[in-house]
Design a protein around this ligand. Sequence first.
Ligand SMILES: N[C@@H](CCC(=O)N[C@@H](CS)C(=O)NCC(=O)O)C(=O)O
Length: 209
Amino acid sequence: MIFYDCLTAPSPRRARIFLHEKQAPHEVVHIDIMKAEQMSDEFRLINPSCTVPVLKLDDGTILTENAGITAYLESAFPSPPLLGATDAEKGLVASWNSIIEFQGLYAIAEALRNSSPMMKGRAITGADNYDQIPELAVRGLARLNAFFDMLDARLDGREFVATDSFSNADISAIVAIDFARFVKVSPGQQHQNLVRWRASFADRPSLQV
Ligand SMILES: N[C@@H](CCC(=O)N[C@@H](CS)C(=O)NCC(=O)O)C(=O)O
């Protein structure tokens, strides 16, 4: 397998952590989005949407979304289960992952992409260019603060976000919390559950890669 990665971006980090947790053998190709390598003619042949991560399977199949990459890896490398072990757990992990994407990751992207001078004209990822809308940056920050409050409440008395074991929902939430620093938001005094939960993974090997 070939994993198209980018060390500075949150979406490929989610797939990178998942690959490491599964110990799935793969080669890595680095795509530097700071140098717009995702927009090159060569990379467009791999992913016309011009985004990372991408996982190219040995049979040539190309997976361009975290949802597809994690579904494939869970099926091909079942242990340890990261998308839930039981029917109910599978439902919980998928639900929480979706909540974290929509309320967390998209809120941060909305705040960052609509305010960063480096992303002028690139407010949305993809092959087409979209102008920034400053009001969306303000709304993104408000949504992000609400996300921190919501996740802190969810983690009250819990070790993991979705189930009783480490799952893809924890991976997505860790990446979201760390990515929030890009818009200068971190868990505060009022987020003790969030702080405890994030600290519990400080030494996890997959989070160091
Ligand atoms: N649906 C994709 C989203 C991937 C995505 O948005 N990737 C960003 C990096 S975090 C990207 O490729 N950005 C390229 C750009 O900014 O032009 C997934 O989650 O797998």
